[in-house]
Design a protein around this ligand. Structure first.
Ligand SMILES: Cc1cc2ncn([C@H]3O[C@H](COP(=O)(O)O)[C@@H](O)[C@H]3O)c2cc1C
Ligand SMILES: O=C(O)c1cccnc1
Length: 358
């Protein structure tokens, strides 16, 4: 088992030669140079990760971490806490949105219990890596202990190591945990330096009165436990979540194994911000799929230096946006590999294009 520090040290930059050659190939194809914009950027990023040419359609997996949140008792979600467990069974049975979109994207769905209150019977397609049965209610107690955060980070790293050994090249980050937009808002507020009122949103659809309560709960938790915004582990321990910490570990582990990481919505992105603050060198491995309706999401993407590929006003999580991002990544690979060049198609090249973008 590699230590957190050695994993962080082992993250390499992307392969610049592969990126350059892929961009040159894109510029030789029958379109104005750069006109496929973000699709071109995605193809080059994958080239930098795969390091081999030509790039190929990547093997993909959605890593869905599930856990419960003690703060759910404060009524901060529109749904009861039992929905976490019930949705895990829905994932197992293939009926959730992420099941549909993972199938659509030709991605495996890997379901991990890192902290659901209920126990799941053996024999189901659930990785049983429970660290504890849900967090404590952050309003009164730290959500968890520091060693539990470290264990969750390690679990995320272990899961991506298994996926890398299986040949996975791209992961999408998914989560399930009723009340986890409260934890994500608290993390975002601390790590992005925004007041809770600026990052808290409707989550599963709470009304305005409940939004005010959600903000108050976060303010009280922060005032009581005083998390140090410069100590990511402290922030995750005091106001985080088990699935969020596990996803942060997955980000570190994925970058160390040269796996492209596709962000989902607000919750997964809060985990990515935590990982980024532990180790900035994960950044080239990140791809933002969509922009969530949660107001804090834009602040996270800005802090990460990322632009979302699509904007569908979604607010679900589970990895649904990441799965859609995967379909765009596959489209980008096909563009590189299947389009004709100017020479092949006998199309005249530009004669008065500017050589620099303005
Ligand atoms: C049926 C159902 C399916 C979901 N799938 C993802 N979430 C999303 O909603 C939860 C976060 O919102 P909040 O903080 O308001 O509880 C998380 O479980 C997230 O994954 C769901 C929520 C529900 C109700
Ligand atoms: O953007 C998300 O991840 C999100 C938003 C609301 C509810 N669940 C997830």
């Amino acid at each position: 088992m590699k230590s957190l520090e050695s994993i962080i040290r082992s993250i390499e930059p992307l392969n610049q030669d592969s990126m350059l050659l892929t961009q040159q190939r894109l510029d030789s194809l029958t379109k104005p140079p750069g006109s496929l914009a973000v699709l071109e950027k995605m193809a080059c990023q994958l080239a930098g990760i795969q390091g081999k040419l030509p790039i190929t359609l990547p093997n993909k997996a959605i890593l869905l971490m599930a856990a419960d949140h003690g703060v759910a008792v404060e009524g901060v979600s529109a749904f009861p806490a039992e929905v976490t467990e019930q949705m895990v069974y829905n994932f197992v049975n293939g009926g959730a949105a992420i099941n549909v979109l993972a199938r659509h994207a030709n991605a495996r769905l890997i379901l991990v219990d890192v902290g659901v209150k209920a126990d799941f019977p053996a024999g189901l397609p659930i990785r049983r890596r429970k660290i504890r049965k849900g967090t404590d209610n952050m309003r009164y107690r730290p959500a968890m202990e520091r060693p539990e955060v470290l264990q969750a980070l390690q679990t995320g790293m272990d899961m991506v190591n298994e996926l890398a050994d299986d040949g996975i090249e791209v992961i999408g980050l998914g989560e399930m945990g009723i009340a986890n937009t409260t934890a994500s808002s608290a993390i975002t507020s601390l790590l992005a330096g925004k007041p809770p009122a600026q990052v808290v949103g409707r989550g599963t659809g709470i009304e305005q009165k409940v939004i005010s309560q959600k903000i108050r709960v976060i303010e009280e938790a922060v005032a009581r436990h005083k998390p140090d915004p410069h100590d990511v582990i402290d922030v995750l321990a005091k106001v985080g979540g088990l699935e969020i910490a596990a996803l942060a570990g997955a980000v570190l582990g994925a970058a160390a194994r040269r796996i492209l990481i596709i962000l989902d919505g607000f919750i997964s992105s809060a985990a990515v911000l935590a990982a980024y603050r532990l180790c900035n060198s994960v950044q080239p491995y990140l791809l933002a799929s969509h922009l969530s309706e949660e107001p804090g999401h834009a602040a996270i993407l800005q802090a990460l230096g990322l632009e979302p590929c699509i904007r569908l006003n979604m607010r679900l999580g589970e990895g649904t946006g990441a799965a859609l991002g995967m379909t765009l990544l596959d489209a980008a690979v096909k563009i590189v590999n299947e389009m004709a060049t100017f020479g092949e198609a006998k199309v005249a090249e530009a004669y008065n294009a500017g050589d620099k973008e303005v």
